[in-house]
Design a protein around this ligand. Structure first.
Ligand code: SAH
Length: 345
């Protein structure tokens, strides 16, 4: 069967072109087209005979929610095997940002998260992640300049495909996206953090921390049993020192759970002196879960307390608040055939 070339790195595409008897410069042309999200038919400077020899599969847009207030778009994209993933287009001052899923489902089991409620279905390929960017750009009619791997899935649990995706979007022959414009968020899988630091030192690292003691963190995030706080923070410190880059800590504020002044002080104690930044995010309510989000006011108070203790912190700007079905909920609802909120297109 012909190979789906959306998943090829530039080097692999060159090899593949040689295999099917094409000149090396064709690989360059085709790779540039793939970076633009073209279909085989749209590759106008490529002979028809070659276009007929390659398979280019991009995901379909199954659902689209558009915020009326700030242009944030949330898409559910579907793959040929019937699986689907969510991705989001957001406009920031510094550029358009694509938030991508790296897996269908997730096996990390964070208690407050909708993405992992049914476990892991499968990994996404690099080509499928590229397909998410393509779908977002086509839906928004604007190019994406920044990528955050903060959608459904744990990137470190799909490291090979994520690394392949990073190399492909970074390739100067393709999208030529700077690694500095990419942020990878992990729940704290230490071996992955070490590999990322070795192989992609310029990619921004974000850690989902959410608690400042092992007891509390383990109750929210089972991954903490495997990689407890002291070891995680040691790996983060070493990452910041080695790469010279600031590590971002995400702290989802859950009412009555991790939002006290004492929690803030403990957190400040853990991070003091590290090249770091804390993003405080009020929890998005997930219908099936008991947890409730703290108010924005509480989030501000929490962030101010961290700042006073010398730890840089901000409350994450809220985009698409009218379509804020928490991460993973669009796919779940779609599958269960339930109603959507927000404006559908
Ligand atoms: N698995 C990776 C990336 C995906 S989750 C990670 O854990 O970092 C992206 C972020 O959304 C994480 O910080 C996660 O903890 C957070 N998150 C999950 N469910 C949430 C919810 N209901 N409200 C707010 N943040 C949530």
């Amino acid at each position: 069967m012909t190979r789906d070339i959306t998943d090829c790195t530039f080097a692999e595409l060159k090899e593949y072109m040689a295999e099917i008897g094409e000149a090396p410069f064709r690989a360059k042309q085709v790779f540039a087209w793939l970076a633009k999200g073209a279909s085989a038919d749209e590759m106008t400077n490529v002979p028809k005979a070659l276009r007929e020899k390659i398979r280019v599969t991009w995901p379909d847009i199954l659902r689209e929610q558009v915020s009326r207030t700030d242009g944030t778009r949330k898409l559910l994209v579907g793959f040929p095997d019937g699986e689907a993933a969510e991705c989001v287009f957001m406009r920031y001052e510094y550029g358009n940002t694509a938030c991508l899923s790296t897996q269908v489902g997730c096996r990390m089991g964070c208690r407050f998260c909708a993405s992992g409620m049914d476990g892991l279905v499968r990994n996404l390929t690099a080509g499928e992640m590229l397909g998410e960017i393509r779908a977002l750009e086509r839906a928004a009619g604007e190019p994406v300049s920044h990528v955050v791997l903060m959608g459904t899935g744990e990137p470190m649990d799909n490291y090979e495909n994520v690394a392949r995706f990073l190399r492909t979007v970074h390739d100067p022959a393709g999208r030529n996206l700077s690694y500095r414009n990419v942020t990878l968020s992990t729940c704290g899988v230490i071996p992955g953090i070490e590999r990322l630091g070795d192989e992609f030192p310029q990619v921004n690292l974000a850690i989902s921390l959410h608690a400042a003691t092992d007891e509390k963190r383990s109750s929210l995030m089972p991954v903490n049993d495997a990689y407890p706080l002291a070891e995680l923070l040691k790996a983060c410190r070493s990452h910041a020192e080695r790469t010279g880059r600031r590590v971002t800590f995400e702290y989802t504020l859950i009412r009555g759970e991790n939002d006290s002044a004492e929690d803030a002080d403990r957190l400040a104690g853990l991070l003091r002196g590290m090249l770091s930044h804390v993003n405080v995010i009020p929890l998005n309510k997930v219908k099936e879960k008991e947890y409730t989000g703290a108010t924005r006011e509480a989030a501000r108070t929490f962030a101010e307390r961290l700042e006073r203790k010398g730890v840089p912190a901000t409350v994450r700007r809220e985009l698409g608040s009218d379509i804020d079905a928490a991460c993973g909920q669009l796919r779940r609802r779609s599958r269960n055939g339930q109603e959507q909120n927000g404006q559908e297109q």
